[in-house]
Design a protein around this ligand. Structure first.
Ligand SMILES: Nc1nc2c(ncn2[C@@H]2O[C@H](COP(=O)(O)OP(=O)(O)OP(=O)(O)O)[C@@H](O)[C@H]2O)c(=O)[nH]1
Ligand SMILES: [Mg+2]
Length: 350
């Protein structure tokens, strides 16, 4: 199951109490104060790890509390510190304070971590209160409570390329033939219920990550379909591949509702949803891809669509994920743009 948002309460361990104790030694007539300090409570830490893909493991946790520090001992012995509690999350997890909505950390690298609840300080033992006016303090401090906080974790996938488009245009089919991902493919809408990530090996040593973003339809930004849930995963994809198909002019037997579907209108509708969700998204680099060109009624519109996008200053690539036609050119185009962005250069400057 893909879980990309969880909320829970975190609490640092309480510090151990300091104690009141007196030295008792043979031949020492007046044993002085010797109560040790309590240890600090453990802290709660969230750390990004490589081998997790969802926040599922944290789904049913309500309160996560680190262990308390131990009390101080006699003979000035310090109490043990509470161990830190470390929660592992996938890379790409953002950590928010649920109370203030402040972003505490964006964990984008393996081993990056953030302390979300610090453990309480240990109390001081009576040995620490000795002064010139009080040689025998008979009091000690209690440990402090640990920090308490409500946190919210949101996973935003880290992919170079996000594949968007209406249901059943062939996004999952495409990712399955260009990358190592093997998502489910079927002739009904919303086959894919959560984003799939795949790695595309390109030009010997370069590879990049593509994500199949499902469920975008008109109204997605308002919660229709599955889109709202997944739009945030588009946010980190620096390049978007916008897949289009053409409605058949006959009953294709799939049961898919093709009424009101048209590649140009579809393209504009999805872009509007991106814009409604986050205006920045609408400005992002898109590669327009016409899929299913193995079908005659798709081929019939290829030229007209190419012209349409060319008029808008965009290039449309034409592929068939099913027969693998045109995939090399698409993989190259995605790779070139990913590498250009990674190197911080703009292709248009050259
Ligand atoms: N003829 C033909 N059919 C294709 C092609 N690519 C995908 N299909 C078919 O289109 C249907 C939908 O494909 P999917 O890959 O599941 O589509 P999707 O965009 O992932 O759909 P959702 O997950 O529902 O959003 C399936 O029946 C595929 O076999 C293609 O290049 N040619
Ligand atoms: Mg799919």
């Amino acid at each position: 199951m893909f879980v990309d948002e969880v909320k829970f309460n975190v609490e640092g361990g309480a510090g151990g109490n300091g104690i009141v104790a007196w030295r008792r030694e043979k031949y020492v007539p007046f044993g002085g104060p010797s109560g040790g300090d309590g240890g600090r409570g453990g802290s709660v830490i969230i750390r990004a790890v490589a081998n997790l893909a969802t926040l599922m493991d944290l789904r049913y946790r309500r309160v996560i509390k680190a262990p308390n520090g131990k009390g101080g001992g006699p003979k000035n012995m310090h109490g043990r510190q509470g161990n830190n509690t470390v929660l592992s999350v996938p890379v790409g997890t953002q950590v928010f304070d649920e109370g203030t909505d402040e972003l505490l950390a964006d964990l984008v690298e393996v081993d990056q971590e953030v302390m979300v609840a610090v453990g309480g300080r240990g109390g001081r033992g009576n040995a620490r209160f000795v002064s010139s006016t009080n040689r025998a303090p008979d009091f000690a401090e209690e440990g402090r409570p640990g920090q308490l906080r409500d946190v919210r974790l949101e996973l935003k996938l880290l992919a170079d390329v996000g594949i968007i488009g209406y249901p059943s245009v062939g996004k999952s089919t495409l990712i399955s033939v260009i990358s190592n991902a093997r998502p489910r493919v079927a002739a009904y809408h919303f086959t894919t219920l959560s984003p799939n990530l795949g790695v595309v090996g390109w030009k010997d040593f370069q590879s990049y990550v593509v994500a199949d973003i499902p469920g975008l339809i008109e109204g997605a930004a308002d919660g229709k379909g599955l889109g709202h849930q997944f739009l945030r995963h588009v946010e980190r994809c620096s390049i978007l591949v916008h897949v289009l198909d053409v409605p058949p002019d006959f009953d294709d037997g799939t049961g898919i509702d093709w009424t009101e579907r048209d590649p140009i209108a579809d393209f504009e509708r999805i872009n509007r949803e991106l814009e409604l969700f986050n205006p920045e998204l609408a400005k992002r680099d898109q590669i327009v891809v016409l899929n299913k060109v193995d079908l005659p009624y798709v081929r019939a519109r290829q030229e007209e669509l190419e012209q349409h996008f060319a008029d808008q200053g965009m290039t449309m690539l034409t592929i068939s994920a099913a027969t693998r036609q045109g995939l090399g050119a698409l993989v190259d185009e995605m790779g070139r743009r990913v590498v250009a962005l990674r190197e911080g250069t703009d292709e248009d400057d050259y």
